[in-house]
Ligand binder design. Structure first.
Ligand code: DGL
Length: 273
């Protein structure tokens, strides 16, 4: 049987925080990462635009042979995944799968909260889509979800300012806005792939007994479980432990900047979609 790598897609660098955990959990598998850096950010764009950009990237990864693609981007998962699964896949290739990061997180997030009052921080697009409240309530009907968009956080990370005083200002401001909505919130979900880089600062401005949840490990565990439950997909995934990186923008820039997200230096190639 023909085998090929699993595709991992993000609007830019953020999905590398997810790929890092997936690679750690499933080291034997091959992965192709595609970052649409030329058109990032997605978080401020319309539903139609995010869908158009995402479907182009998904098609490209399918042309590379990927039997399974992870949309390692909350904004793309919120705005494009359902339409891709409903409209695109049946006519294209029923044997291929596209999964997102919202459902695996929604399935588990309620377990972290004692009060069942959960704060969700994400891009404007993710918050506006209401995907998290809708999905979390499917698994935890009694949960109350308090969303807050943090539009400055992605630019802070993208511009290497995630450890600066400027970051402190916006993190404190946004966390205060979230916490002021309900004093019972005890769990905060970082529903954007960039936010794990701000984790230390975020913890500084939250009470010590708060749970602050990043998605990478949750998505990695969920993928491992999915592959076990779907041997027909698993058997199509190649397993030589290799990683390939592609970006729609400058490859040297990607190689340099990706280190802060992925931990180690990568060697990427440019792609024109
Ligand atoms: N990766 C995106 C997410 O997880 C954030 C970056 C963007 O706005 O494109 O929502």
């Amino acid at each position: 049987m023909m085998t090929a790598p699993i595709g991992v897609f993000d609007s830019g660098y953020g999905g590398l925080t997810v790929l890092k955990e997936i690679k750690h959990r499933l080291p034997e598998y091959d992965f192709i990462y595609l970052g649409d850096n030329a058109r990032t950010p997605y978080g401020t764009r319309s539903f139609e635009t995010v869908y158009e950009y995402t479907i182009e990237c998904v098609k490209w990864l399918f042309l590379k042979g990927c039997p399974l693609i992870i949309l390692a981007c909350n904004t793309a998962s919120a705005k494009a995944l359902r339409t891709i699964q409903l409209k695109y896949l049946p006519g294209y290739n029923a044997q291929k799968r596209v999964l997102g990061v919202i459902r695996p997180t929604a399935e588990i997030i309620g377990n972290y909260s004692k009060t069942k009052k959960i704060g969700v921080l994400g891009t404007k697009g993710t918050v506006k889509s209401d995907s998290y409240p809708i999905e979390i309530k499917k698994f935890f009907p009694q949960a109350e979800i308090f969303q807050h968009a943090c539009p400055m956080w992605v630019p802070l990370v993208e511009n290497n300012e995630y450890d600066s005083e400027g970051a402190d200002y916006f993190i404190q401001k946004d966390l205060n806005s979230l916490l002021n909505t309900d004093p019972g919130i005890d769990t905060v979900l970082l529903a954007c792939t960039h936010y794990p880089l701000l984790l230390n600062k975020i913890k500084t401005y939250l009470p010590a007994d708060y749970q602050v949840i990043s998605q990478g490990k949750i998505v990695a565990d969920s993928l491992a479980d999915y592959l076990e439950r779907h041997p027909e997909i698993k058997d199509k995934c190649s397993k030589t432990g290799q990683l390939q990186f592609y970006t729609t923008d400058s490859a040297p820039d990607f190689d340099q900047h990706s280190q802060i997200f992925f931990g180690t230096k990568v060697n990427s190639q440019h792609v024109d979609l």
